[in-house]
Structure formats: C-alpha cells, structure tokens
Design a protein around this ligand. Structure first.
Ligand SMILES: *Cc1c(COP(=O)(O)O)cnc(C)c1O
Length: 394
C-alpha cells in the first residue's frame, strides 16, 4: 500500500484507521508505516541518481523507522551516542556522525563502529579534531572525517538557517585554513571533504538544486585552494514539508550534476519520515467557553510538540467511533470550528485552533497526519506524567 500512499495528509489510510479502531480506549497512539518511508527513499533515489542518501535519525528514532531507513538508504546520519546505538542495532552499513557537542565516549563509540561499518565523523571544531585524533591513535585506527563548515553565505530559503549566520555549528569559513592544516597534520585523521548542512524545511526544490550545485562548486574550489583531495561533499538535509497548505517539495525540479570521483551525500530526515506517521488522540470532552469550542484530547503537545514549537495549527481528520458506553446522551457538535487541545495544565497545549468539523463527538478520534518526523522525538514526554501513547507499526 505504501507506494500509492496519498501525499494528502487529510486522508487517513484504511490500514491506519483499522489499527486505531482495534485499540482499547481512551485511544492515544502513533501509527508508523515504514513502507511510506521506503517509498520516499525510492522517489528520492530516482530524482537524484548516484547520490548517497542517509536518513537523519533525529527526525524519528523509532527502531522500525530506523531499521527501514538503514535498509532502504545508503546509511544513517546520527548526532549522539543514543543515535549511534540505534544505527548499530539497525545494522547500518554507513554512518555519518555529526553534532557540535560530541563527548570523548561518543567519539570512541563511533571509532569502534568503524570496524564494521563505513563511518564518517563530521567534525565541528578544532578542539574536536584534536580529541578525535587522540582517540583514534589510542584505538589504533584512522577516522574518516568531513569538516562541517559554517559558510560565509549559504543563502537558501527555509525555516531554520544554520549557516551564513552565527550558530554553534561547524567551523567558520574564515577559520577553515587553520582547521584544515591541523586536520592534515594530526595522526589518525583522514579528511575526505566537507559537510555543508545549511537549512531545515526548504520547500523550494529549484532553490535546493541551486544550493547543491553551489555546494559542489564551493567544495571543489575550497579543496583546490587548501590542497585537500576532494572525495565527499555532504549537503545535509532540509527538504521541506508543508504542514498547513498544499505545497510539495517538487522532486522533478531537483537536478544535480556530480563531478567524477566526488561523492555527494544528502541526509534528509523530515521529508523521508513525515508522511510515515499519524498521531491519534481520543476526544475526552467537548466544551464551549468564551465563545470557542474545545475538543479536549487524551494526548497533546507532550507527544506532538511541533505545532506549539513552530506556532502553527496542525490539521487533523475526525475518525468517527461509534461505541458509546455511558447511559446519557453523547456530547456532540456539528458544523463548528473547534480548538484541539491536550491534557496538559497549560493553555499552550494546543495542537490546532479553529478547525471546522462537520461532526465531532466525545469518543471520536482526531488523527493528525504527517507526524512521522519531529513528532514524538522532539516532545517533552515527562511533563505532567501522563502515559505515553501506544506505538503501532504497520
Ligand atoms: C537535522 C539534520 C538533518 C536533517 O534535517 P531535515 O530538515 O530533517 O532534512 C541532516 N543533517 C544534519 C547535520 C542535521 O542536523
């Protein structure tokens, strides 16, 4: 079913609805379909032939998703010891390890994994270069590295610019000659190229093509200038998803021409995983106060924080449930706009405001599509100690 999964997040696939209807109430669940992620990887590979695709684990670290990604992609991009453990458990053939705050223990773990997988450490500072060199010498191994660069200018539209701006990521372009000289002089390091992850949630595929071309051009020029034989250009992730409108990242506008003997790596998270997840929560109560209707859910932003973090309304679909166990009339609204709010004791626990419903009853489910990326994984699960959702894998 995965290949013809609609991009329309407002349709709840039958398989998802069926899985949800089998749960005991009050229902609160994430449903993941790894087949959707596999289909996305296939689409991306057809759009970017010859390009290495790594899945960014932080988007969704559920073992079923990570396992599918490890199989379907060339490798996994990880940013912590916990994610290294997920990659190891998934049997990843290739691992890119990044992040600005790696500990010695995490670097040593990556060096250990490099005996059985193809590991590239994406080094983010001069101090980290020195630590990795020391640890590699102690381990009697050589670490393949790319240097993450915060370029002077990396103009790309998107919501979370990470380079061309003051951020903790990577080495400032002006400090690159010093970092490269050090990387080449220290034992235990093999400098393969550059890591240029620049943005998140860019919806403009033509602009992304221009970014990839510019990343390759900059990499070749910088390698020539600094005398680094160029093998790898990692252009990061950042392929966008439109949560509220109908825009799509137009894969057919994605074009890139990679020079001989250079490997281009991309590492999307959001675009691969978003449509592979649905978050569902049962309506525990309906109330009308100060002129607004509220649907109070068994769930909320502690499970799905993205709309609160970004300040938007995440659309939902009503999944009607016929069962009603109480001996009084079922509370119900029809043809009104409702605010979908969670079970936390804060007025900020809002997933969606003002969404029109044809009919909604206590006991129905709200299903939020397109929640497979940066959903559960970025949420503050412990706040108020409500039970976690169920996790169903199709
Ligand atoms: C978060 C991240 C990604 C994935 O970004 P998406 O926006 O989910 O595609 C890729 N690479 C690095 C280094 C990241 O930090």
């Amino acid at each position: 079913m995965a290949a013809d999964q609609p991009h329309d997040s407002h349709q709840v696939p039958t398989s998802v609805a069926t899985a949800l209807r089998e749960l005991d109430g009050p229902v609160c669940a994430y449903v993941y379909d790894p087949g959707v992620l596999r289909a996305r990887v296939g689409e991306l590979r057809r759009a970017l032939p010859g390009v290495t695709v790594c899945y960014a684990v932080k988007a969704n670290g559920h073992p079923a998703i990570v396992g599918a990604a490890a199989e379907a992609c060339d490798g996994l991009e990880v940013a912590s010891g916990g994610e290294l453990a997920l990659a190891e458990a998934a049997g990843a053939r290739r691992i890119v390890f990044g992040g600005p705050a790696k500990t010695d223990a995490e670097l040593s773990y990556a060096l250990r994994l490099s005996t059985s997988a193809d590991v590239t450490v994406n080094v983010e500072s001069v101090h980290e270069l020195r630590r990795l060199s020391l640890l590699a010498q102690r381990a009697g191994s050589t670490a393949t590295i790319t240097l993450r660069v915060n370029r002077a200018d990396a103009g790309l539209p998107g919501t979370h610019a990470m380079t061309g701006a003051p951020t903790p990521f990577g080495v400032a372009e002006a400090q690159l000659p010093e970092a490269v000289a050090l990387a080449r002089s220290l034992p235990g390091l093999d400098l393969a190229g550059w890591h240029l992850h620049a943005v998140s949630n860019n919806l403009d595929a033509a602009a992304h093509s221009a970014f990839l071309a510019e990343a390759l051009r900059w990499s070749a020029a910088t390698s020539r200038r600094l005398g680094v034989p160029l093998r790898t250009v990692n252009a990061g992730g950042g392929f966008g998803v439109d949560y509220t409108g109908g825009a799509v990242f137009a894969l057919d506008e994605l074009r890139v021409s990679v020079p001989d003997r250079v490997e281009l790596v991309v590492e999307p998270g959001r675009w691969l995983a978003a449509d592979a997840g649905w978050y569902a929560a049962e309506v525990l109560d309906l109330k009308h106060t100060h002129g607004r209707w509220f649907a109070v859910l068994r769930g909320g932003t502690h499970h799905f924080r993205l709309p609160a973090a970004w300040g938007y309304d995440h659309p939902f679909t009503v999944l009607p449930v016929d069962r009603w166990d109480y001996p009084w009339p079922r509370p119900e609204v029809a043809g009104v706009a409702v605010d979908a709010v969670g079970e936390l004791c804060t007025p900020r626990d809002v997933l969606c405001r003002g969404r029109h419903v044809a009919r909604l009853r206590v006991g129905d489910l709200l299903v939020f599509g397109r929640t497979g990326a940066y959903g559960w994984d970025i949420s503050h699960h412990g706040f108020l100690r409500h039970p976690a959702p169920a996790f169903l894998v199709l």
